[in-house]
Design a protein around this ligand. Sequence first.
Ligand code: ADP
Length: 583
Amino acid sequence: MTLSLRTRLLLTHGLVVVAVATALTLLALQAERRWLLQLHGTALERAAVAVAGDVQEAQAFATIASRADSTYALRVSLIARDGRVLADSRVPLAQLDDHSDRPEVVAAFGGRTGRSLRMSRSTRVEYVYVAVPARGPGPVAVVRVAEPVDAVRATHAPSLRDSLLAAMGVILAGFALLFGLSGRFAGRVHALERVARGIGREGLAPRAAEVPADDLGRLGRVLNEMEREMRLRVEALQRERDDRERILAHMSDGVALVDGAGRVVHVNHRLAALLGAARPAEPGTLFQAFARVPDLDELLEAARSEARTVERELRLWSPRAQVLRVTATPLGGPAPAPVLLVLHDLTESERLQRLRQDFVANVSHELRTPLTSLRGYAETLAEGGLEDVEHRERFVHIIRDQAVRLQALVEDLLSLAELERPDVTLRRERFDLRAAAERQVAALREAARVADTPLELVSGGSVWVEGDRVQLEQAMANLLDNAVKYTERGRVTVRLGADDAFAWFEVRDTGPGIPAEDQPRVFERFYRVDKARSREKGGTGLGLSIVKHAIQLHAGEVSLESTPGEGSTFSFRIPLRAVAAVR
Ligand code: ADP
């Protein structure tokens, strides 16, 4: 059992107090004994000597003793030479034995005054005894007077009782003081203990009391300094950790640190997202259970066993198709080593790569047809075709048409390349969109007449916009050109206007329309619904793609509504005031 500090203080100090008080009491009792024997004994001796003077002649010992008793208020005993008690004023003689061995009697037999303080063997009362020799011829050899100690104390020594009471009072007061002091001391120690416990914990640690500036106060100051120092260090560490986590959280690569036992030390959000997890794994989770990609486990194992960085390309099909380049680097230290896993997403770059390849293939394909035809007709002419009066003119026209097609293709490619440049800038100016539309409609009027397709611009007021006039004119021209091109013996209606903060432009035709499944794709490069027809009409497959890019650069949007067999409506909306486009 461990006693509390307060109880222990109380017990040890209490013992000291009790010991001191007891010693003092014993000393006091000793002093009292001395006083009883010496000072009070002298008074008794005087009485004994007086009685001794009376006993020589008389024979009536009992009377002498009781008279002396009533005179001096003392017990008086007359003792013969052989130790027998001849008379006793308070105790019947039958109860009294031989008194020759009593120390005061022994001294009186020796001719001296004997004094003694002891318990009476006959009466079991504590007495102060004084015995004096009775000189003379009578049978009385010794006169002994005695007074009960209690009686002396009652009459002569009230101060002793007071001092004993005072001693008790001192002890009690000492205990009370001790109780208070030890409580205060233990309280201060406990307060320091609480402060010490709080150091290094989350939240604010209580401050230790530094006053009074005694040992505990100094200890308090040291604890406070320690706490301050610790807090600063913990804050610095936390800042460092937060910085590191912020860096990891904002990395575009997925990062995971896996310890030697295959448990997660840290996983950033990006890695969790790449693996389709809602949030990063908690530290201590088995990485295997979190990632559920066996290839990653193999890679971790390989990095550990080969003790070098291992890199591999990984294809994941869930949660979505992805291509990742994974690097596993063992971080050294005692085996099995922790491994740093970095997942780099190649999906987008692979998609772009594929787009580029497709584009090059498409462009080559588009160029090959006119080039083959050019070369064929040119060779035919060179190899005697010039003499063929009947056909040469047609050949030359074909050569010119193919060159025109090539030129159109190259121009569209250049326009698209220009629009797709990452640093493309719009040459913004304020102009009337209606006036620009009128010019484009006028430019196509002849083609519309040839196609037997009335082309009408519904009249209205000016629509002032801020934008790149050349690009917006090209977008309108492409939409008008398509409508006229694909609509035979139908009609094309053009409308434009403005609402709130937007300008809108719309071309409605009664042409063949576009099947629903092709509608989302017609704005892609080289996508054609009817390839043969597009080629026949001199289309490059890039017109709508150019429209989409131009409108997106103006922070606008294009849309298409079409019903096969009834016609199509292509339209775009752009903000009236220039805003930055989101690419
Ligand atoms: P193209 O140079 O072939 O016209 P576009 O990019 O301008 O290329 O158009 C892509 C395809 O969308 C066309 O090949 C055509 O099949 C279809 N298309 C475009 N406009 C219309 C329209 N007004 N009516 C029907 N089909 C259209």
